[in-house]
Design a protein around this ligand. Structure first.
Ligand code: NAI
Length: 337
């Protein structure tokens, strides 16, 4: 099938071309994101393949549909950037990669926790400058601490297992209790109890109308003083301005982010010679107790291999008229960008 692949980087081309040797699709790679103004590149492509920050609102989808596109193949898990209702009305099918490596994101989450706690980012810079002082690098044992996981699906469950191995007490909140977590001894509690008892709060739920700004000023007030907050889910589950206020008052003692509400204008690009216009993001960078990575939780070899394989298999299923298990429809939709 002819597929227009948006937002491509060198690693996308590498992994997709390798996986495509068994599928034989006709892939055309575009470096630009899919957004208002770039839709026409996909004219004549029955399928387009997109990533987390491509913006597929109703207007963009209408242009794609008019130009002959019938399939939107997301090469990611989240689908908050697609107006599924509009897609359904236009007769556009949408498929995604529901799982590719929960380990990648769970392990990255632990990396953020350890970096914030043991201050690897500071130690790295210090040692390179010949500064061997330990002043300001004091951490704490993770063993025995309480971690609250919001969302115990695939990633949350892997994280719970790692944390249990370290010796943490794990609390969780999720409308659906995961038997794997129950078996590990994870205790499901209401959100207020999770906030009040956790030394570390970490987010692993999807972005939905219910989870949009689930971490707001009120939620933060219920947390322990000096709490560590980690978000590797989607930027908008956190109210960034409320988090900045809490960093200033020291209510939040550590913040680790792999995602950011307005990341679409920043992430996945080299802007090192540009003037960043996002003052909220720039404010976050001024705190010594904030570590930000640019949506790289998923970025492992295993994950990229699986993403390419599942995406191309989804496209093959659509082309051959087979029902695709990874199709998503409007009843799963929530927040649209
Ligand atoms: P999953 O679908 O397996 O698990 C999500 C869990 O969240 C489910 O158990 C669900 O019941 C729960 N949930 C839904 N609404 C909730 C609420 N209101 N409160 C608490 N829990 C709620 O998804 P998976 O694979 O574990 O991924 C989780 C999220 O991680 C994705 O939605 C995506 O946003 C993010 N993600 C981030 C990546 C990164 O590179 N940083 C890569 C992949 C996913």
């Amino acid at each position: 099938m002819k597929v227009g692949v948006y937002s491509t980087k060198s690693y996308d081309r590498e992994f997709f071309n390798k996986a495509n040797s068994t599928f034989g699709h006709e892939l055309t790679f575009f470096e630009c994101p899919l957004a208002a103004g770039t839709e026409n590149l996909a004219a004549g492509f029955p399928a387009v393949c997109v990533f987390v920050n491509d913006g597929l609102n109703a207007k963009v989808l209408r242009v794609l549909s008019r130009n002959g596109t019938r399939l939107i193949a997301l090469r990611c898990t989240g689908f908050n950037n697609v107006d599924l209702e509009a897609a359904g009305k236009l007769g556009l099918s949408v498929v995604r990669v529901p799982a590719y490596s929960p380990y990648s994101v769970a392990e990255h989450t632990v990396g953020l926790m350890l970096t914030l706690n043991r201050k690897f980012h500071k130690a790295y810079a210090r040692i390179r400058e010949g500064n061997f002082s330990l002043e300001g690098l004091l951490g704490f044992d993770l063993h025995g601490r309480t971690v609250g996981i919001i969302g115990t699906g695939k990633i949350g469950a892997v994280l719970a297992r790692i944390l249990a191995g370290i010796g943490c007490r794990v609390l969780a909140h999720d409308p659906v209790q995961n038997p794997e977590c129950l078996e590990l001894g994870v205790k499901y509690v209401p959100l207020s109890e999770l906030f009040g008892n956790s030394d570390i709060v970490t987010l692993h739920c999807p972005l939905t109308t219910e989870t949009h700004h689930i971490i707001n000023a009120e939620a933060i007030n219920r947390m322990k003083d000096g709490v560590m907050l980690i978000n590797t889910s989607r930027g908008a589950v956190i109210d960034t301005k409320a988090v900045i206020s809490a960093l200033k008052s020291r209510k939040i003692g550590y913040l680790g982010l792999d995602v950011y509400e307005q990341e679409g204008d920043l992430f996945f690009q080299d802007l090192s010679n540009e003037i960043i216009q996002d003052d909220v993001f720039e404010r976050l960078l001024t705190f010594p107790n904030v570590v930000i990575t640019g949506h790289q939780g998923f970025f492992t070899e295993e994950a990229l291999r699986n993403i390419a394989h599942v995406t191309l298999a989804n496209i093959r299923d659509f082309e051959s008229g087979r029902k695709c298990a990874n199709a998503i429809t409007a009843d799963q939709v929530i927040v649209r960008k």
